[in-house]
Ligand binder design. Sequence first.
Ligand SMILES: [Zn+2]
Length: 518
Amino acid sequence: MKKLPLTGMAKTSPHILKTAMPVSLTSILSRLLERKRTKRCANFTLMLMLCFSPCVLSEGLPDLGDISQTVLTPLQERQIGQQSMLQIRASKQFLDDAEIDDYLNQLGFKLVENSAEPGQGFEFFAIGDYNINAFAMPGGFIGVNVGLLLTVQSESELAAVLSHEIAHVTQHHLARIIAGQQGDGLASIAALAVAILASRNSPQAAEAAIVSMQARTMQKQLDFTRTHEQEADRIGLDILQKSNFSIHAMPEFLNRLQRATQLLEGHAPSYLRTHPITGDRIADIENRVYQQPYRLIPDSLGFQLVRTKLIAAQKTAPDAIAYFSDALGAQKHGNPVAQRYGLVSALLRNNEAKRAAQELAILRKQARTNPLYRNSPMIETLAGQVKRAENNDPAALAFYRTVVQTYPQHRALVYDYTDLLLQDNQAETAVKLLSEQLARHPSDTKLYDLQARAYAMQNKRLEQHQAQAYSYAWQGNLHAAVEQLELAKKAGGSFYQLSTLESDLRELREMLDASGGK
Ligand SMILES: [Zn+2]
């Protein structure tokens, strides 16, 4: 399994080598402290696009060094990306769903492996916004709106959009745009970076925010140029083909988006604003694609289940039950395995455990008949939830023990299992599992929360408050994080533990001071 970029970064940080656990906070804090060089008043807990004061714009980004150079260094790109990512993570728009996150990263890394920079750190994440959009930030951070996930009609279409974004990153288009704005000083570079993020997401939020600043005049310069688009299309197509997806999906998606836009008049999806589609551009792609035979590539079950989950989330539990029952009854469109997955999860939400268990049995039988569907950690996670809803804890524990070994990477499964372990007073087993997971996902706040609960049960106060502090810090709540570290200190511990705490506290306080105490 490909390492996620944050984990990779953490491992290379010299700061980390001398601290035991958790690696994450100290590494991210030391990166954040890059900002110390510029006097700041930004509250990094706020979403970038929602905190558009000129102060944030001029001072909320890392010191970019010599801006006279024409292209930002990879490290500078990464810093801009990391910085923005922390704020996105702390915002309400960040879609905090480990299964959707894991799916996007799985798909994303499959594509990255066939890109020009397979070794580069990437991170894919979902944004809970119904605007059709996907956006790349410097340093390989690629956001995908829920609106896009629901609009694409095949996994190849989603892969086409991601490949195009990956190409923008590997070709350093954003860095070139940002660095191309020479002579305006750091403030405008920061402003541009912020405006890029905003414009790539919700246009309404971006426009409201941009009004107050000079970036309004720069807005046009932020969009990718026609040359960038053509380059990203060409390279994206190559990635798509090498990754064994249907290359015809790219023109199909763009054509459909363009047709939809003509009907909407003036309400073009964000994607079209930032990635301008012209007749030439589509013709260019079609020329490349139509010389090649059409191949039908089946969607993965993960893709279908993620979409089912998103569709279900838009509905109340009774509506979702009706919707998926109808779909299954009609037996026409869609995949019955995914539809039944939607039905079982809706039944669970509606507290109908018995019926959920019956439908789950049918679901598993159906899934077994298709070799592509046999191994699904998402179905197993749902199965575990059904067992828990039936109040059969011993059976659920036995089930999780086996399944977690089969799918150790599936965080949703680990959340549920450790929660049950804690209910069953098995803190030690839970701590062991959580530590393994945190090594893989050092910014996962749910894992820290569970870890804090486990330590509390073991009466390890220092560790409990420390874990809670890391959870708060990753959520961007520095005040609460400092409070927890203070409590950890009071609890007492070894010389080594206390000096680690002191160093974390120092870093957090400096950040807090620099952010104007927010
Ligand atoms: Zn583009």
